[in-house]
Design a protein around this ligand. Structure first.
Ligand code: PGA
Length: 253
């Protein structure tokens, strides 16, 4: 059975004392993480040691990075590699978030290299994809997302692809309060799974967790996660409120 995942994406938010308070509040909330479930906290890189220490010893809870470089080391001032994260025990890395694609011009080809770097560090890429509003309005979201996946992931072996987590995040739903309906989410998640099934076979595709992201909150998580091809969420704004994120974890299948 594939994993059900609630992943928090804090983005570039919180001071260190606010981060500490939020982690303490989160751990004090009433939430349950079952054996088939994971809670993942993608915190700003400099808060990783704090988060690792706060969450130590907890079952199925992981600290993640929000990005990494494609090389393992070298003259890349200001960058952090997947190998460096792995040396801290951080084994999940978000890649290709739409904000990185848009503001930092990250291309499908660069994301293919980053994916290789994360897998080479024996870590899990949480690979983001998703269409802008104009593409959705034109009804071309499936082919748009398919191209993103093909360009960045189709060079992977079947064994490698099972180690990748996909996060489908329609750009028009990120931070806007506009969520895809659960039907819209299911439709495109099923399509994404079919894209992997065509390339790698159904049994492999069935092992891939596909998370939904875009204005997920406590009030809509259960409905969205109940869809058969939605295996949890990547959560921005609501992950900064302990009770909200705890409820989102509790909404996992
Ligand atoms: P949001 O962000 O939940 O604030 O819409 C989701 C994301 O960008 O990962």
């Amino acid at each position: 059975m594939r994993k059900q995942i609630a992943a928090a994406n804090w983005k570039m938010n919180l001071s260190i004392s606010e981060a500490e308070t939020l982690l303490d509040q989160l751990m004090a909330t009433d939430h349950h993480i079952a054996a088939n479930q994971e809670a993942i906290y993608a915190v700003p890189a400099i808060y990783i040691p704090l988060a690792t220490q706060k969450l130590a010893g907890r079952q199925n809870i992981y600290v993640a990075a929000q990005n990494c470089h494609s090389k393992s080391s070298g003259a890349y001032t200001g960058e952090i590699s997947a190998t460096m994260y792995a040396s801290l025990g951080v084994k999940h890395i978000v890649l290709g978030h739409s904000e990185r694609r848009e503001y930092f011009n990250e291309s499908d080809a660069f994301l293919a290299e980053k994916t290789d770097a994360v897998l080479a560090a024996a870590s899990t890429p949480i690979f983001c994809c998703g269409e802008p509003l104009a593409i959705r309005e034109a009804g071309n979201q499936n082919s748009y997302v398919e191209t993103q996946l093909k360009n960045s992931l189709f060079h992977l072996t079947a064994e490698q692809i099972t180690k990748v987590v996909i996060a489908y995040e329609p750009i028009w739903a990120i931070g806007t309060g506009k969520t895809a309906s659960s039907e819209q989410a299911q439709e495109i998640h099923a399509y994404i799974r079919s894209v992997f099934a065509t390339k790698y076979g159904q049994a492999i595709a069935d092992q891939i967790s596909i998370l939904y992201g875009g204005s997920v909150k406590a009030a809509n998580a259960k409905e969205i996660f109940s869809q058969p091809d939605v295996d949890g969420g990547l959560v921005g704004g609501a992950s900064l409120i302990a009770t909200e994120f705890a409820a989102i974890i509790n909404a996992l299948k």
